[in-house]
Design a protein around this ligand. Sequence first.
Ligand code: CA
Length: 225
Amino acid sequence: MDKGTILVIEDEPNIADLVDLYLSRDGYRVVKQATGEGGLAAVRDQRPRLVVLDVGLPDIDGLEVCRRIRATSSLPVIFLTARAEEIDRVLGLELGADDYLTKPFAPAELVARVKAVLRRTDGAPVAEMVPAGRAVVDVGRREVRVDDQPVDFTTKEFELLRFLATRRGLAMSRQQILDHVWGHDWYGDERTVDVHIAQVRKKLGDACVITTVRGVGYRLESSTP
Ligand code: CA
């Protein structure tokens, strides 16, 4: 019985093992990481359904880990906090945590919370957020944000940026862009792409670099300027 992967980022082996034991017994596949960096790598590589995240970690703290997860996805996060002031920080920072538990906690309670959060978030697929330099293409909300501020994009501009951002670092021809953003049955000029690129560049300013690739088309650079 495989109910998907739960990532547990916790540096205290006793707690991590206990959580592992209970969640595994309930049919989840559990991946354990003892550091924030290791945890972030596992978010990318293991595609968990949910993250159980300790606030006090040896390298980067859990709040920062959550912030980085939230920069690219709406993956559910349950915090484990050790002290009251940690709860205040978790709640005060509005990181979008889905729940939290204070140590010491009963493992059965954690399993119940995991199930409740998954029930709540199930069916709502993890929203895709595609980074584009300092901008983020929030596919779920159909919104582009620069430094957390929404920028007004038309539908075509949004689809254009989304297309390039999901292929960042790769040169895309005007025809490929037209086919994907405007559709194969669209009879128009390739200059349409140039006009929209100009608009997108203007709206993003220096937040994101879209390079003109001579004789080809455009490439969204993967590095932040
Ligand atoms: Ca800890």
